[in-house]
Design a binder for this molecule. Structure first.
Ligand SMILES: Nc1ncnc2c1ncn2[C@@H]1O[C@H](COP(=O)(O)OP(=O)(O)OP(=O)(O)O)[C@@H](O)[C@H]1O
Length: 265
């Protein structure tokens, strides 16, 4: 009898877009992030969850060097984008932030027209040669942010005149306009009503076809709805990181279980 077995190999289709190794963050004496290792996968929505002050936003801001703007912050460890160290002295943080874009908690459109809000990034990064190319980027970005139909007849109106949900989608269009490879979102729905939140959540799912999305959220329901991977932070530690379904239904660490069942946080 032939007892030779065919060993099936699981071929991983998961590509790490960003890798973080041994990341520590100090704000003066406060050791806010402790030895974090994590991979951010390509074309995946990753949610960062955990109680207030656990370091979610701090880690998010490490991924595009936004902590550089905080004078007391010190980042140690290694973070790579496509294998390249983003903290290398030769990396220009402004160029990096076009590749790793960011959307903030409160919609913050510039006091400019809808068109100019979206055109701003491509203009400063010299991504277009003429008006026709810029028009194209503005339209495509507004379409990707599911805002085009609502604003196409008033592109010269001020961005600040839009509703809160529209302003947040305008900020997403602004970030999308530089063709980012990763989009970081820090509680992007916390200032939005349930309808605008649902629109942004739907959008997040569509955006992952184009790039990786990392979202900090206080809502476990939101993390479960939008993400494929979830990272649970607690007191500066990345306690558990895995498939969203596993984290919510079968957490391995008791701290994760306590958080998702509402016992801590
Ligand atoms: N700009 C800053 N300057 C000094 N300390 C900071 C700064 N930002 C965050 N911290 C500190 O770092 C720790 C982690 O904060 P962080 O904002 O990353 O947590 P978080 O999990 O995102 O919290 P939240 O859910 O409340 O936004 C906290 O102790 C906080 O006080």
């Amino acid at each position: 009898m032939n007892d030779m077995r065919i060993v099936e190999r699981t071929v991983s289709t998961e590509t790490a877009k960003m890798t973080a190794r041994g990341v520590q963050v100090y704000y003066d004496e406060n050791h806010a992030l402790k030895d974090v290792d994590a991979d951010i996968l390509a074309n995946t929505v990753t949610a960062f969850i955990g109680p207030s002050g656990c370091g979610k936003s701090t880690f998010l801001r490490c991924l595009n060097r936004m902590n550089d703007t905080v004078s007391v912050a010190r980042v140690v460890g290694e973070i790579k984008l496509d294998g390249e160290d983003i903290y290398d002295k030769r990396v220009d943080p402004v160029t990096l932030r076009a590749r790793v874009g960011m959307v903030f908690q409160k919609p913050n459109p510039f006091p400019k027209s809808i068109y100019d809000n979206v055109a701003y990034g491509p203009k400063i990064h010299g991504l277009t040669r003429n008006k026709a190319e810029m028009d194209e980027i503005v339209e495509t970005s507004l379409r990707k942010a599911a805002l085009w139909n609502e604003v196409k007849d008033r592109l010269n109106a001020p961005g600040t005149g839009l509703s809160g949900g529209q302003q947040q989608r305008l900020c997403i269009a602004r970030a999308v306009a530089t063709s980012p490879e990763v989009l970081l979102m820090d509680e992007p729905c916390s200032a939005l009503d349930p309808i605008a939140t649902a629109q942004v959540e739907e959008l997040i799912d569509e955006l992952r076809a184009h790039f990786s999305v990392v979202i900090v959220t206080h809502s476990m329901q939101q993390a479960a709805r939008v993400s494929q991977r979830t990272a649970f932070f607690h007191m500066g530690h990345l306690v558990e990181y895995g498939e969203t379904g596993q984290i919510f239904t079968n957490p391995k660490d008791p701290r994760t279980e306590s958080y998702i069942t509402g016992r801590i946080g």
